[in-house]
Design a protein around this ligand. Structure first.
Ligand SMILES: Cc1cc2nc3c(=O)[nH]c(=O)nc-3n(C[C@H](O)[C@H](O)[C@H](O)COP(=O)(O)OP(=O)(O)OC[C@H]3O[C@@H](n4cnc5c(N)ncnc54)[C@H](O)[C@@H]3O)c2cc1C
Length: 384
């Protein structure tokens, strides 16, 4: 059986690994010219952690883990006002938690790929033709491929989804916020982080800074935005929204360059995840958004279960149905939690910020970590 996977991201690489093990011939088509090693820091726990364990990758995750003692909220002068130790977060996840750059996780998955998996960078999918028992695909380099299964693992703005299921706006639920991330080097600013992940918030906007090795910082921004339309110049928009936030923010904004990631915060909801011999996996069909967290983890969970279901069922169609039935309820729950906890991540009002800080202070007291469980552990049960 031959599978063509569009997208060498978190879901695509996980799926390729597991399908190859089950005897599939796997080809991956990736639009980027090579591995994308930057991005943003992710908290990694739940389904993805379990999948990484099944794949034998926990030692590699330990290597890329960024040991950060605390997430600290600071005021506009940089004074700590609240925080949560990662030891508490890790304890809530029973010690099964890592922090890593998204690109570092992708690299670990890439290195784990068996040599038999073919990975072609710098191309995408131009057209898809569905047949009863196979699919014909025209690639952007003019090559035609025939596969028993085409998988759209090409992220929240999936090309496969648009070609086969319909326009993006039919499936995208806008959550009324924009997010941005970039990495920059400034050893002096990095010192002010004191090894911690520091965040600063004011009603409707939040900025966070992770210390990275070699004097680097991973900056992250999320703010409420009524329009779903993205700004023409993301850096200018960030400066407009955040430059009066105080602390190190104005200096950090001056480092914002070409390689900025900027997108709306959204979820993907679809009535069906497959059509004939085409199926979607990861953010393409189940994006939960950064407000819910665990998108990468759920992408790995969904990919692993998809391959498992294809192996366990007598037909591809039955496998695809089994996959959707197993994963979709957990995704729906996680998406609902993300919408409910939005005011925790991007507080609307000053009293939201005060309440969040108070809860964090209480959660740090001996025996009261359970107070944080509804926010830090909600929906993190494994799908694997
Ligand atoms: C700011 C931010 C913070 C986040 N924090 C966390 C967190 O703490 N924990 C967590 O678990 N998740 C987090 N996430 C979510 C997580 O990054 C995503 O859910 C996850 O990367 C989805 O994996 P994926 O493989 O489905 O898609 P992606 O990782 O987006 O990969 C898609 C791949 O497809 C490729 N592609 C796209 N279009 C095409 C095309 N037309 N043709 C060929 N290839 C294509 C892309 O280049 C990419 O390689 C965060 C996301 C953001 C934006």
């Amino acid at each position: 059986m031959k599978a063509l996977i569009c997208g060498a991201g978190i879901a695509g690489l996980t799926l390729a690994w597991r399908l190859e093990r089950a005897g599939w011939q796997v080809t991956i088509i990736e639009r980027a010219p090579g591995p994308r090693n930057a991005g943003y820091m992710i908290d990694f726990y739940g389904s993805g952690y379990d999948v990484a364990e099944l794949m034998g990758l926990l030692p590699q995750l330990q290597v890329i883990h960024h040991a950060i003692p605390e997430l600290a909220y600071v005021d506009h002068n940089g004074r700590r006002v609240a925080g949560i130790s990662y030891a508490t977060f890790s304890q809530i996840q029973r010690g099964r938690l890592h922090n890593m750059m998204r690109g570092e996780l992708e690299q670990v998955l890439l290195e784990a790929l068996p040599p038999a998996v073919e990975l072609r960078y710098g191309r995408s999918i131009e057209a898809v033709e569905l047949h009863d028992s196979h699919v014909e695909v025209l690639l952007t380099d003019g090559v035609r491929e025939r596969a028993d299964l085409l998988v759209g693992a090409d992220g929240i703005h999936s090309r496969v989804r648009t070609l086969v299921f319909g326009a993006e706006q039919r499936f995208m639920r806008d959550l009324g916020a924009h997010t941005a991330a970039y990495i920059f080097a400034d050893p002096a600013l990095r010192q002010q982080l004191e090894g911690r992940f520091k965040m600063i918030s004011s009603p409707g906007r939040e900025a966070g800074f992770y210390p990275l090795p070699n004097g680097q910082i991973a900056a992250f921004f999320v703010h409420r935005a009524a329009s779903a339309v993205l700004p023409a110049v993301p850096g200018a928009e960030l400066a407009r929204v955040y430059s009066d936030l105080g602390w190190i923010v104005p200096e950090a904004l001056r480092h914002c360059g070409e390689s900025i990631y900027y997108d709306r915060v959204a979820q993907i909801e679809m009535p069906h995840w497959s059509q004939g011999r085409v199926v979607l996996v990861g953010d393409a069909c189940q994006a939960v958004s950064l407000l819910a967290g665990q998108g990468a983890s759920m992408a790995m969970g969904g990919a692993y279960v998809l391959a498992q279901m294809l192996a366990e069922h007598p037909t591809v169609e039955a496998g695809l149905a089994g996959y959707e039935a197993r994963i979709k309820p957990a995704i729906r729950r996680k998406q609902a939690i993300g919408r409910r906890t939005a005011s925790w991540i991007v507080p609307r009002h000053q009293w939201h910020i005060a309440a969040r800080n108070r809860l964090l202070q209480l959660g740090q007291l001996p025996g009261l970590a359970w107070l944080l469980r509804p926010v830090l552990a909600a929906g993190s049960e494994s799908v694997v």
